[in-house]
Design a protein around this ligand. Structure first.
Ligand code: PLP
Length: 432
């Protein structure tokens, strides 16, 4: 599988130039390959399950532009819908029917969502939801979990997993202590720690926000009873439960992790898939809470490009495709074949590994596991992951360039793609 033609000369030239133009040469940190070494690949085009770089190397993609490409890149029906929408203009800055259509689809699909506000990114959605949690409860403190990422807003940059972990930053300079002072943290899957925080901060905690399945510390599912326990504790203390489904929304199932696990939070944030590859985020939930959002209520939040017709169109078409019969079964089957195969091969080759998948989301750690939280995830052999990543890249398989990121499959991945990926893994895992 290793092609002697693997040549990244143009990628290297472009990235070298990029480093003079943009901090670290990228528009978002994890893309810089800091944790796996080597220079990042510069892409030219994408289609279905594949990426092509500027040197014309082809890759099977398991990043899916970090989640949105669940139907496969550049899906012909999404592109066609976008072409039609483009003819009518790119932004109205005023109400459009497409917002109603996507809002209805989201409300129908996601159990907690009775009303929704569209924004432009997952970060924006999480920033707004935090303000809303505080406005509604008139309390300031909030609990997040170690290793969960809720975008790059100040108050969430505490033990934030993902890019922050990848770069080894404990936090970020520039974030005022006063802002994060009211962000309390607990280990994921630890109900006792959450209970203790509530007991030590009586009537002060607005709510709990979490990734219902973690993707930003690697793939970590919730233990049985964890989500139900959080639902109970938050209710007991008059606090809100917020699922950040920016990653899991419309991926874990059509109704997100809340549908999959049967636990309904008060509020939900979304992004990625609902934008079908264009910039969209959203937050929604109980009508009485959402009615606080301006102009219905006093909690201010706004956006020039929010709800723009192109983003709404890509989202609507993507959800239409996902609603078709058999989509989530297909995602679950191919993803399970992939992760089961990777785990079996790795163990056969003598590596300590653990991992799993739910629907089209998966992950593997180079540690015996089990991994229940971020501390466990950090026991993974990062230098082995870096070698694995490089070996797979050279064999035409594009994995997320960090141990602390989940992987994604799409409806475009075929059995043949999975078989090809596993045969590359056989070679790489046998040589590291
Ligand atoms: C769970 C979660 N929340 C929020 C965000 C932030 O979303 P965005 O990158 O669109 O700002 C991400 C991004 O990866 C995410 O995975």
């Amino acid at each position: 599988m290793l092609t002697s033609t693997f040549n990244t000369t143009k990628s290297e030239e472009i990235f070298t130039a990029a480093q003079q133009l943009m901090p670290g040469g990228v528009s978002s940190p994890v893309r810089a390959f800091k944790s796996v070494g080597g220079q990042p690949i510069v892409f030219d085009r994408v289609k279905g399950a594949y990426l092509w770089d500027v040197d014309d190397n082809q890759y099977i993609d398991y990043v899916g532009t970090w989640g949105p490409a669940i139907c496969g890149h550049a899906h012909p029906e999404v592109l066609e819908a976008l072409k039609q929408a483009l003819g009518k203009g790119t932004s109205f800055g005023a109400p459009c029917l497409l917002e109603n259509i996507l809002a209805e689809m989201v409300i129908d699909a996601v159990p907690s969502v009775e009303m929704v506000r569209f924004v432009n990114s997952g970060t924006e959605a999480c920033m707004a939801v935090l303000r809303l949690m505080r406005a509604f409860t008139q309390r300031e403190k909030v609990i997040k979990f170690e290793g969960c990422y809720h975008g790059h807003a100040d108050m969430f940059l505490v033990k934030a997993g993902s890019g922050v972990a990848t770069l080894g930053l404990p936090d970020s300079p520039g974030v005022p202590k006063s802002v994060t002072a009211s962000t309390l943290t607990a280990p994921y899957n630890d109900l006792q720690a959450v209970q203790a925080l509530f007991e030590n901060n009586p009537d002060q905690i607005a709510g709990v926000i979490l990734e219902p399945v973690v993707g930003n510390a690697g793939f970590i599912p919730p233990d049985a009873g964890f989500l139900a326990g959080l639902r109970e504790i938050t209710r007991e203390h008059g606090a809100l439960l917020v699922f950040d489904e920016v990653m899991t929304g419309f991926r874990i199932s059509y109704g997100g992790a809340q549908e999959k696990f049967g636990i309904t939070p008060d509020l939900t944030t979304m992004g990625k898939v609902i934008g079908g590859g264009l910039p969209v985020g959203a937050y929604g939930g109980r009508k009485d809470i959402m009615s606080m959002v301006a102009p219905a209520g006093p909690m201010y939040q706004a956006g020039t490009l929010s709800g723009n017709p192109l983003a709404m169109t890509a989202g609507i078409k993507t959800l239409e495709l996902l609603r078709r019969p058999g989509t989530y079964e297909k995602l679950a089957t191919i993803t399970k074949t992939l992760i089961d195969g990777l785990l079996t091969i790795a163990k056969d080759k003598g590596h300590e590994v653990c991992g799993g998948s739910i629907s089209g989301m998966f992950g593997l750690f180079f540690t015996a596991g089990p991994v229940h939280n971020y501390e466990d995830a950090k026991t993974s052999d990062l230098s082995k992951f870096a070698k694995f990543h490089r070996g797979m890249l050279e064999r035409g398989v594009y994995l997320a360039p960090s141990q602390f990121e989940a992987g994604f499959t799409s409806l475009a991945h075929t059995d043949e793609d999975i078989a090809q990926t596993l045969s590359a893994a056989e070679e790489v895992l046998g040589s590291i």
